[in-house]
Ligand binder design. Sequence first.
Ligand code: SF4
Length: 330
Amino acid sequence: MNQYIEALQGPAPSAADIVRLLQLADFSAVYRAADEVRAARKGDVVQIRCILEFSNHCARQCAYCGLNRCNPHARRFRMTEEEILASAAEAAEAGYQTIVLQSGEDRYFTAERLGELIREIKRATGMAVTVSCGEMPERDYAHLRACGADRYLLKHETADPELYASLHACGTLAARVACLKSLKRLGFETGSGFMVGLPGQTLETLAQDILLLREIGCDMAGIGPFIPHPDTPLGGCPAGSTELTKRLVAITRLVLPDCNLPATTSLGVLADQAKADVFSCGANVVMRKVTPEKYKRLYEIYPSKLGETHVRADRLALERQIRSLDRIPL
Ligand code: SF4
């Protein structure tokens, strides 16, 4: 098996090597290898990044997403500029150094409006700003970059063009990949990612997902299980496997050793053993919501259990948990 692990770290990892590893009955040697690469390339630091979900309006109709424009049950909200700046200030005071500004594809938030917000957040807080607002023309991405945006997150969701087309009535995989390549050209730290367990997906497709991350040169990859939302066309489909998701994170760490890889599950809701396990697959990032309570429940791409939290108390509790795992929160 070692030769397959080594092949993934070489100049030309193949889909066949990835599939072979994904099928192993005992995956522990791959987890160990991924954890060693994480320690060597990223150290013991866990980067804690906050997400502010500032609008759930969306012009698209992705078949898996509760925010899609055809969902009549979604209660829409849009935070005001003042609310967004206040939330960013609260996050910075709580100790966050990076904020992810995330929304559906909301035409109200033009590149000019987003640019002003980015400038003001950076001026007032000094935080790094990641934008996650979907597909835009390259000139809009360039404007956001000129306003100081550091990173952009745009998941490709699946590298299978036919599966992509069946899930995305409003777009194509080619257009999505073109956006990611634009972002990379413009100097953004570029994040993509994919879902695990989509109906019709195969291990070969998942291997191609990882190879696409490599081809784009992604600096970050969010890999998460598909979770069905009842008010979407995929509402009756089974959820993706968390074990398979962890395996894919581990393999991504081997293929892209310097990539930032978020742990897929929130630490706070896990039992102690699962908490210890969360980073063992090579992950080095945790994402935390700082969306105000009154909006947080309305931002439902997929159903999740959300407790009431205070931004600063939540951050301190998370830092304690990370230290208890002998890792260093940042
Ligand atoms: S995944 Fe994003 S673009 Fe697609 S419907 Fe949901 S919020 Fe809109």
